[in-house]
Design a protein around this ligand. Structure first.
Ligand code: ADP
Ligand code: MG
Length: 597
């Protein structure tokens, strides 16, 4: 274990931006040597805001949810601390965790209804939470002291030693910032970091590989609130009073501005943003009347000049000053991803499946059975319901009626991530990938998530997932240079293959592909056919949507032809092709044959 720790520490040090190291040294020297007690107090306040913002980054930056409730959690923490300290005389070792827990509890309570909302409604709902908290603080006078607030909160006292000012205060607050920053950093790195990013940037893709984006948002929201509550507790002890000011909009605006100016995803960004914006009004004290103007200009300038915040700009500056660092990605030795986890005993039984969209019956009473080793072809004109059937099977849409039974378990109406974890892998009609991530990491994430979920390899390392991902990409002819490129830079055909590799990397029982051959040339189509044949030979069950009979004949063991949501023919490719209804659906009714079959 100690060697692993040392290795991790060494890697962390190597990844540290030298600009931050220099900044830290500068700050420590300033705090210990040059800052007078007033300056030290300002630094302490900046530390409190840094904690608040580290928490807010989890919500705003990592979950990608525009919450306006962070100030409410801050205020709640402050009030809880003030009440416990003044009414019950409880010490910091109780008030701090209690404030943290109270904020987390409030967040958990409101998260269930609120986190389901779309982004702008979510913002409004969280704003309402803040306003409700403010109204409670102002009006519930017997508890909160009303507009005047609560005074006489004692300073932090640890082991009988009151920490009121100076270096000890800074050590306490910035020590907590260091701990809080380390916890957040550990949370957002490695495979979990990739999963968080996927859930934020491409929720459909995340669901398809088994990531529970909803639970992830919930956890981040609650944790972020806990940071807010902790910051509030420190604020109450430091200032000695708590008034409704802690719940007013300026606190939320500051928090938002610090996050945007520092950068929304890097821990260093929270610290830089807090330090900068707490000090700005001090530096511009001579122009006090223009305070808000300076603030606004700083915000505007960052949004325009450094959309990823100052830490994003620092990363680019580092790249410019020390080009070559970070080192190029290592050559990953592909490790065979055996498909031994795909049992041949798969059975998917779909019966009377139906789905309406308003007036359109997209799928009507569709039934079929699929077993391991079979390839089922779905054909039919545009709009005949093919994609909708896959959406129902993979949980993206809920059926209005019918059953989808996978090995004896009815999965109809389940969430996509649960279905993915049962072993149904998917490639979409338009590839759904995490664009900002490399092809390798897109695939590695699927591999890691699937194998962890099935607990074959608890505590598996990302390096193992990457090695196996490389072998799947290799199998789909994505070379080692393309693997390390961001998906957004890859051509369309390659993206399709990355998506298939991603589905395979999760070792699915059933693979469903929506028009995988679209846009491929003749050679690529042939290569794809042979890959799919191999998969079926290994016991996997496949559903393949395709427009063109030619691609499916000789590949699919069975075809189902749909028209207007209904099965109009099924059987072998030849039989279906000769079916008159099928001919009519594809080419229009022939004169003299437009009756019943
Ligand atoms: P196909 O994949 O065979 O081209 P789809 O399954 O995409 O067909 O669509 C079947 C029908 O359902 C079409 O009429 C389409 O417009 C409709 N449809 C599909 N998805 C939705 C949706 N999310 N909302 C409304 N209508 C939809
Ligand atoms: Mg379609």
């Amino acid at each position: 274990m100690p060697t692993a720790w040392r290795k991790n520490a060494a890697r962390a040090a190597a990844g540290l931006n030298p600009l931050y190291a220099a900044g830290t040294v500068f700050l420590v020297v300033y705090a210990l040597v040059f800052a007078d007690s007033y300056d030290q107090r300002i630094l302490a306040i900046a530390g409190i805001y840094a904690l608040l913002v580290i928490g807010y980054q989890l919500v705003f930056g990592h979950a990608g949810a525009i919450s306006l409730a962070q100030a409410a959690f801050f205020g709640l923490g402050a009030y809880v601390t003030a009440l416990l300290a003044t009414r019950l005389g409880l010490p910091f070792l109780v008030t701090f965790p209690a404030s943290l827990a109270a904020a987390a509890a409030l967040a958990a309570l409101v998260a269930l209804p609120v986190l389901r909302l779309e982004s702008h409604y979510f913002a409004l709902a969280t704003l309402a939470i803040g306003q409700a908290a403010l109204a409670a603080a102002v009006n519930w006078e017997s508890l909160t002291g009303g507009g005047g607030g609560l005074g006489g909160v004692p300073p932090v006292s640890l082991f009988g030693f009151a920490i009121t000012r100076g270096v000890w205060l800074l050590a306490l607050i910035w020590g907590l910032v260091a701990v809080g920053g380390a916890v957040a950093w550990l949370l957002i790195r490695g495979p979990r970091g990739l999963a968080i990013r996927a859930a934020r940037e491409a929720p459909m893709a995340a669901g398809a590989v088994g990531i529970d984006a909803g639970r992830m948002r919930f956890t981040l929201f609650v944790l972020g609130a806990a940071y807010g509550g902790g910051a509030g507790a420190l604020h109450a002890h430091l200032l000695g009073v708590v008034s409704p000011e802690v719940l007013r909009l300026p606190v939320m605006v500051s928090c938002l501005a610090m996050t945007i100016i520092g950068g929304r995803t890097r821990v260093a960004g929270a610290i830089i943003g807090a330090l900068l914006l707490v000090h700005l009004p001090e530096w511009f004290r001579f122009a006090e009347r223009f305070g808000p103007l300076v603030y606004g200009l700083a915000l505007l300038a960052t949004i325009i000049a450094a959309p990823d915040g100052l830490t994003g700009a620092a990363a680019r500056l580092r790249q410019f000053l020390w080009p070559g660092a970070p080192p190029p990605p290592p050559e990953i030795p592909p490790r065979a991803g055996s498909l031994s986890h795909a049992p041949a005993s798969t059975e998917l039984k779909v019966s009377d499946l139906s789905k309406r969209f308003g007036g359109v019956a997209a799928v009507r009473d569709v039934s079929f059975t699929l077993r391991g080793g079979e390839i089922l072809g779905l054909i039919g004109p545009n709009g005949s319901g093919k994609t909708t059937i896959l959406n129902l099977i993979t949980g993206i849409e809920r059926p209005d009626g019918g059953r989808i039974v996978l090995n004896g378990e009815d999965i109809a109406g389940w969430n996509p991530h649960r279905i993915a974890r049962r072993g149904i892998g998917r490639a979409f009609q338009t590839p759904m990938l995490v664009e900002s991530m490399t092809a390798l990491d897109n695939v590695a994430l699927a591999n890691q998530t699937a194998l962890n979920a099935r607990a074959y390899y608890p505590g598996r390392r990302l390096a193992d997932a990457r090695a196996e991902a490389a072998s799947f990409l290799d199998r789909l002819e994505i070379g080692s240079s393309a693997m390390h490129r961001r998906v957004a830079e890859l051509p369309h055909g390659a993206r399709r293959r990355v998506e298939i590799a991603r589905a395979l990397a999760a070792h699915p029982r059933i693979l469903v592909l929506d028009e995988p051959a679209a846009g491929l040339d003749e050679n690529e189509r042939e290569a794809l056919r042979s890959t799919l044949r191999d998969l079926a030979a290994q016991g996997m069950a496949l559903i393949v949507i395709e427009h063109d009979f030619h691609f499916l004949s000789g590949l699919a063991s069975r075809l189902i032809c749909l028209d207007a949501g209904q099965v109009i023919a099924q059987g072998t490719a030849d039989a279906v092709r000769r079916n008159r209804l099928v001919v009519a659906a594809f080419f229009g009714p022939t004169p003299g044959e437009d009756g019943a079959p």
